[in-house]
Design a protein around this ligand. Sequence first.
Ligand code: AMP
Ligand code: TRP
Length: 328
Amino acid sequence: MSKKRIFSGVQPSGDVHIGNYLGAIKNWVDLQDEFESIFCIVDLHAITVSQDPEELRRKTLEVAKVYLAAGIDPKKSTIYVQSQVSEHAELAWILNTITGMSELEKMTQFKDKSQKDGLESARVGLFDYPVLMAADILLYDTEVVPVGEDQMQHIELARTLARRFNKRFGDTFVVPKGHLKKETMRVMGLDDPAKKMSKSATSEMNYISLLDSPEIVEKKIKRAVTDSGSDITYSDDRPAIQNLINIYSSFSGKSPEEIVAEYEGKGFGEFKKGLTETVLEFIIPFQEKYSSLKDEEVIELLLENAKKVSSIAKNKMDEVKNKVGFLQ
Ligand code: AMP
Ligand code: TRP
């Protein structure tokens, strides 16, 4: 029996942080043996907010290298750049014609991002972002989409659009399912445990970038907000320490209970030292692998892979165009 397919992506904007890693990329690494895996660098999504062209090119390569250094094995999984496969934009256009304005107006991410700079300066592309994401997923008959919690609303739309298209034009798309890892589906900001860790955070103290130097990692953890009291306990009413324990737990493989037991009677200082060591145990070898990757080789791999997935995408588009009634 052939393997089920997973698809996911990260935008080449901002710094890839431990929230992206623990919420998404780490799960991809764990799932790549069990599934046929496609991981995209979604540059068409990145330009829904203004990007500097040179920086975008640099970040696109950076994210590809992050995937590889984090353990995505190019022999098992396909990594490629979204804009190199034109069918994404083509399918998004067709899905636009079966998507309601009101469905997009409800999207939390759009509301947040458009509020940030004022609704007047929000672009149509930002509004349409979830439809493009649905196109990414549906093009490849994706069954499972491993993401962080913030993307679940978009996946719900992809499910709705798949069903709606199938109903109207006949069975065409697989209805995909989201996949979350409960403990890390929402890694919170180090500077504010009420907000998620985010690439677009105003303060760099919000996140640990996978490419931060060990000294910076240490500094950021030292400065991370903690709750009142001095004990290391794990509960919802102590969100800052709970978040740090979740991070500790995901990097070390120890359960929150084990970590709490280990630090019984010890203070935040000691706990943060342990957390720093644990994060660095991942980050140092990760960065060594990252630096060893050669730009030209990665660029070539991406191009080859784009060709490979293009044939899947093109077949699906031929079917879609036929069903919609385009002359072929
Ligand atoms: P983005 O940074 O928007 O390109 O997100 C890439 C992936 O990381 C998506 O699957 C997100 O859901 C996930 N992600 C982003 N921020 C977090 C976070 N703070 N906690 C968990 N997952 C996250
Ligand atoms: N919107 C996702 C994010 O910002 C990235 C993304 C684009 C994606 N297309 C996708 C994730 C398809 C999963 C599947 O996190």
